[in-house]
Design a protein around this ligand. Structure first.
Ligand code: GBH
Length: 485
């Protein structure tokens, strides 16, 4: 929908008032905002998805079973007893979906590779057809000028590894992940120049193996000691994958991870609270990003874990902290608002009021400042030189109106506010190179089944028809302008 009044119109109007107005500082200032809302030149705009959430085609081309096949077929685990057998049928409709990406004007796409397609048993012989689908997808993306960013692990662990060795409870799963990463790198990095190892380790560990408020596959509730060991194995798996990609991938392949960073936002932006939010960022991510970027577990982390601390060697910490090229941050909400404190750790995590607003998913708090503070603190605390926002988006109770339109004003409101904070970050020089909107299309939202829709395109799960929501048009215009409108 074309707007009647653009910023340019306002600026032009002010100048048209006369020479006196044009030469006054006020009038000049009025011209500025058109460029003040821009993103850096060459900023990468994309969308993101994951294999089990969109592909379907679970029995095609020799794919093995994953823990999500098992879990989603366990009665009463998933809202509406949905599963990913068909999901958004992307396996068969990938060409149509690439066309949707192109219509948005995106030049990058973050997808994940299903480990059980490549190694149906987790280890051993690769399935000869395992990468065929991804080869087709990558070629289609490149033919349309869209850069593929591949994630190697978005939670769909081969069931065989869970059965044989307790999945990530075993060091051997970390090793198997490294082998899988090396194999994929040797086959795909002639065309895939950016690889994410693991998506949101904290989420699948805490909710899949721990007693989080929400449950994910494999649906276990292990002790803190076992969880800490799993955290260590996952970090190690990441490090082994980085090394394998360096060894077997094409020279120049860029490697990083996509982390659900615990975002710590200063409650009020005083110097003391900002400092506290930096300290909190380091401590609240101690089992994950901190270990990976520093090659050590913080003293506070080990003291807190006590006898439940992970068992580890110096050699393993070296592997975990193998240098990476970028850090991907999945940012949906502020995890904590923080203030300075006299407590020895220097920060305090403030309680959320029960009236704090959220989106259609109860957990999805609306705090756009997280999109400024998370990358700003990651860059500041660890001197990270390249950051991608690897996911950001929202569920909404989208309704198809009688005339077929989907007017998702709440999603547009959410995106506009979060992107305003991202623009604040890039304009201050925080090194964010790109942004991947979650998600291109409605998909299987884990335990929420098909109930919570995150797409820019609506999917009718009966007919698989895709329809752009108004937010798709919002995103298209933003990309075209490389600026907020
Ligand atoms: C991402 O996780 C996932 O990577 C993606 O697969 C998913 O579809 C998308 O977001 C949308 O959910 O304990 O109250 O916080 C987002 C982070 C962390 C959100 C765990 C849900 C559980 C509820 N998730 N959280 S709560």
């Amino acid at each position: 929908m074309a707007s009647i009044f653009t910023r340019r119109d306002f600026a032009g109007g002010a100048l048209a008032l006369g020479a006196a107005a044009a030469s006054s500082p006020m009038a000049l200032a009025a011209v500025e905002p058109a460029s003040a809302s821009s993103f850096p030149k060459g900023f990468v705009w994309g969308t993101a998805t994951s294999a089990y959430q969109i592909e379907g085609g679970v029995n095609e081309e020799g794919r093995g079973r994953s823990i999500w096949d098992t879990y989603s077929h366990t009665p009463s685990k998933i809202h509406g007893n949905a599963n990913g057998d068909r999901a958004s049928d992307h396996f068969h409709r990938y060409k149509e979906d690439v066309a949707l990406m192109k219509a948005l004007g995106t030049t990058a796409y973050r997808f994940s590779i299903a480990w059980p397609r490549v190694f149906p048993d987790g280890t051993g012989a690769a399935n000869p057809q395992g990468l065929d689908f991804y080869n087709r997808l990558i070629d289609e993306l490149l033919a349309n000028g869209i850069e593929p960013f591949a994630t190697l692990y978005h939670w769909d662990l081969p069931q065989a590894l869970q059965d044989r060795m307790g999945g990530w409870e075993s060091l051997d799963t970390a090793k198997a992940f490294g082998d899988y990463a090396g194999y994929v790198a040797s086959r795909l990095t002639d065309r895939v120049r950016n690889v994410f190892t693991i998506n949101e380790s904290s989420t699948f560990i805490d909710f899949g193996y721990g007693a989080g408020p929400v449950e994910l596959a494999p649906g276990l509730k292990l002790s803190q000691a076992r969880l800490n060991q799993i955290r260590h194995h996952v970090a190690l798996g990441h490090g082994l994958a980085v090394q394998a990609i360096r060894a077997q991938g094409r020279t120049g392949t860029k490697v990083g991870l996509a982390e659900n960073v615990v975002s710590c936002v200063p409650a009020i932006e005083t110097a003391e609270n900002i400092r506290a939010s930096e300290i909190a960022t380091r401590e609240m991510n101690a089992g994950y990003l901190t270990a990976i970027l520093e090659g050590k577990y913080t003293d506070a982390f080990l003291a807190y874990a006590g006898k439940n601390a992970p068992r580890f060697t110096a050699e393993e910490l070296k592997i975990i902290s193998s240098p990476i090229d970028f850090v991907g941050l999945n940012i949906y909400m502020p995890q904590h608002y923080v203030s300075a404190s006299d407590h020895p750790n220097g920060f305090s995590l403030l309680p959320f009021p029960t009236s704090f607003p959220h989106m259609a998913s109860d957990w999805l708090r609306i705090g756009p400042e997280a999109m400024y503070w998370a990358p700003r603190n990651v860059a500041k605390v660890w001197d990270v030189k390249q950051i991608y926002i690897s996911e950001n988006g929202t569920s909404a109770a989208d309704k198809v109106l009688a005339d077929g339109r989907i007017i998702d004003l709440d999603r547009i409101m959410y995106l506009r506010n979060y992107l305003t904070q991202l623009q604040r970050a890039t304009s201050e020089g925080v090194p964010v190179a790109g942004y991947f909107q979650w998600s291109l299309i409605d998909n299987f939202e884990w335990s929420d089944g098909l109930d919570k829709r995150f797409g820019l395109y609506h999917v009718d799960f009966e007919t698989q028809k895709r329809t752009p929501k108004l937010s798709a048009e919002f995103y298209r215009q933003l990309i075209a302008a490389n600026a907020l409108k």
